[in-house]
Design a protein around this ligand. Structure first.
Ligand code: GDP
Ligand code: MN
Length: 397
């Protein structure tokens, strides 16, 4: 589950990580109130208006703007809220902005120049340990830094039992070239950041930029936080932060029905039992000249009710030109699945407007094929993998 920048910052702040302070607003009048309140709380006279969408690169796309007066706050907020923001990380049509974060300006002039760093916390799957990845080159695309100047990216791995040790936090601050008060601040920042990561069962923290202000404070200007869905049951307070507007409506509906569904761009819908078979079915569709429209694992119980729900969800995608049902009957018997497909088909009537290729293999596959062939419905049966692919190719041609 992804959090918005403002939610991520609140989470960090609750663990003692210093953040650029801000207040979220969903219209321009509330934005002005937020700016006034921030002025009182922080003494700021300038603000940044930041579009809240689940995508980075907002600065480049015009979703982060500096406001030097309350009038600026009002006009900028009004123009950003409701816009379709296009960034390198959004779909081509962009994402709709429902709210903005009004944040204090933290790039104020002072004794030193503000400096931007990069920092993320994530699991290194190769070693099975959490790591902190950080760089002096903050504020820009970390992929570009990795490409052009890989020696400027450092990593520090944590022992799962000991956690982040004091010497490691110091090393990070030193490698970032810090001294004096900024060094102390960075040690505190990294330490509380890592605690927040572990305690909230996050799978990714990406803070880009981490800022050293002109008066040597270290704070999070941005936050990308991804939480582990499988651990949300023990974080009820975080689970409610989920913003369904940011997710594919079809995926939300499928998940509510207990189906593992991922929306894709292609033209062949597929319904499969088992994630591994679903992956190879997608390969098969590609090899037969189609493009998968989705990943869908219906799980072990492919009864009529479930098959019907799956059909309805697949058909919501208007790009779908054919559906491939690929079920291996191990625990579930193929004839039961075939009956499920037939019942669902009959029940749905005209709602089914594309050819359906059904490949059933395993227990009672033969009985299943007979059921399908004798159903009088427009179902194309297959038993072999390649045969199914050829039949998909034929209906697409
Ligand atoms: P992203 O583009 O989606 O990653 O959004 P960020 O939150 O990282 O903001 C983009 C850029 O806006 C930052 O790299 C900063 O250069 C700039 N920015 C953010 N906060 C401030 C601020 O308080 N003052 C000024 N002047 N610029 C800011
Ligand atoms: Mn950023």
């Amino acid at each position: 589950m992804n959090l918005h920048e403002y939610q991520g910052k609140e989470l960090l702040s609750s663990f003692g990580v210093r953040i650029q302070r801000g207040i979220v607003a969903d219209n321009h009048l509330k934005a002005v109130d937020a700016a006034k309140q921030l002025a009182v709380e922080t003494g700021t006279g300038w603000w940044v208006i930041k579009a809240q969408i689940h995508a980075g690169g907002r600065g480049k796309g015009g979703g982060v703007k500096l406001a030097k007066s309350l009038q600026d706050v009002e006009t900028i907020s009004e123009s950003i809220i409701g816009m379709m923001l296009v960034t390198p990380q959004t779909p081509p049509q962009g994402k709709k902005v429902h709210q903005v974060l009004i944040a204090e300006d933290v790039y104020y002039p002072g004794a030193n120049e503000p400096e931007e760093y990069y920092m993320s916390v994530l699991l290194n799957r190769a070693t099975g340990k959490n790591m902190i990845m950080y760089s002096t080159e903050g504020g820009m695309d970390i992929e570009t830094v990795a490409d052009k100047t890989p020696h400027l990216i450092f990593t520090e791995e944590m022992d799962p039992l000991l956690g982040l040790q004091a010497f490691q936090a110091r090393k990070i601050a030193f490698n970032l070239g810090l001294s004096g008060n900024a060094l102390k601040e960075m040690i505190k920042f990294v330490t509380s950041l890592y605690t927040a990561f572990v305690q909230s069962d996050a799978t990714l923290f990406e803070i880009n930029p981490v800022l050293k202000t002109s008066d040597d404070k270290i704070l999070a200007v941005d936050s990308k936080v991804v939480l582990d869905d499988n651990a949300l049951f023990r974080h009820k307070d975080l689970a409610v932060l989920r913003d369904f507007r940011e997710e594919s409506p079809i995926e939300v509906e499928a998940n509510a029905a207990g189906l593992n569904y991922v929306d894709l761009d292609g033209n062949v819908g597929c319904m499969v039992n088992g994630a591994g078979l679903a992956m190879s079915t997608m390969d098969l569709i590609k090899q037969s000249g189609g493009e998968p429209a989705n990943f869908l694992d219906v799980g072990g119980t492919a009864d009529a009710k479930r098959v019907e729900t799956a059909f309805r969800i697949i058909l919501k995608d208007t790009n779908v030109k054919a559906i491939l049902v690929n079920i291996f009957g191990g625990i579930v018997r193929c004839d039961r699945v075939a009956q499920g497909v037939i019942d669902a088909y009959k029940n749905m009537g005209d709602a089914i407007n594309v050819p359906i290729i059904v490949r059933l293999q395993g227990t009672n596959a033969k009985e299943a094929q007979e059921l399908l062939d004798n159903s009088g419905l427009d179902l194309i049966s297959a038993t072999e993998f390649q045969e199914a692919a050829d039949k998909v190719q034929k209906v697409l041609a």
